[in-house]
Design a protein. Sequence first.
Length: 392
Amino acid sequence: MTNQTIETIFIACLFIAFYAYLGYGVFLYLLIRLKRIFFNPKYPFDENFIPTVTFVVPCFNEQDTVADKIKNCLALDYPSGKLEILFITDGSTDGTPEIISKYPNIKLLHESPRKGKASAENRAMGFVNTDITIFSDANTSLPSNAVKLLVRHYIDPKVGGVSGEKRVLSKVEDSAAGAGEGIYWKYESLLKKWDSELWSIVGAAGELFSFRTKLFQPIEVDSILDDFMLSMRIAQKGFRVLYEPDAYAAETASASVKEELKRKVRICAGGWQSILWLLPILLPFKNPTLTFQYISHRVLRWTIVPFLLILALPLNFLLLEYHAPLYQILFIGQLLFYVLALIGWFLETKKIKDKIVFVPYYFCLMNYAVLAGALRFLRKKQSSAWERSKRA
């Protein structure tokens, strides 16, 4: 391999990795600024637009949190007779169904076999007859106006889904998992806001996601990222999936790095699965904007970026013989970044809190999760059954 080839591959590695995490955000911001200048139509919100809504909460052994979730649901500010609340607890064995059954205003669905979250959601949809359906996780808390904020967007017939914002409640004493997860989600929320303004977000989080009931199609029962698949298939049909940051679902951070890594590996295994199932979206002929957003925001991170990061360091080392200051600076920068990540790992093991080094540590953790998720997916070791991570 010639030096020129090594140089080309190295530059490509850095460029793609930078683009996937930061460059896309910069380019996306410039695109929406241009869109605001030349094309920025908006549907006015109408207070008299009040569609019927079913609020669905899938639960599995949530006895510690379900009472709080029920109170939060009953406090939602939406006209009487327009909102139904449905909890589905298939497979739960810890008394969760018994707790829910004490509330007559809530419809309870329960079967003994545990078939996974996707199967439970498919079954729940057989009992939904309203205009809009909202899915929400049992361990999250919503503001009282969340439903109103979500459904007001459906006055636009091009809107097929609206996602709320996931907010990670951070504390001063948070671990690397909490600090890293909080920073990551703040940046992700910003990208989702811009994605939504350009055309559509590329994947909704299950913490709070609404959609037109008529657009629902049963989710594969072995789906790992059921909510992601549901939202992407709505976008694939030509509908926009918008982002409403004021309608948020708040939850605490993962209890530990181990719990956060377990969650990330599962998500990344689901990412590989979803990419295979959504191959038509990679072709830009039908909706080039959605393809551009999907590849830039999701596919690159879930597939090649971790491999490129691994490859970049030895390639950079080979280029040091050029004695070019740029390659020396880049090599030192990479080494420093990974040293900080190691320091973050060490401090985490010693329960010492320093958020400065938690950022590179969490970044490395995420990319390791992609590799571990890919291996788990290829080995078919990732179960589709809902795996609830312990929260702080």
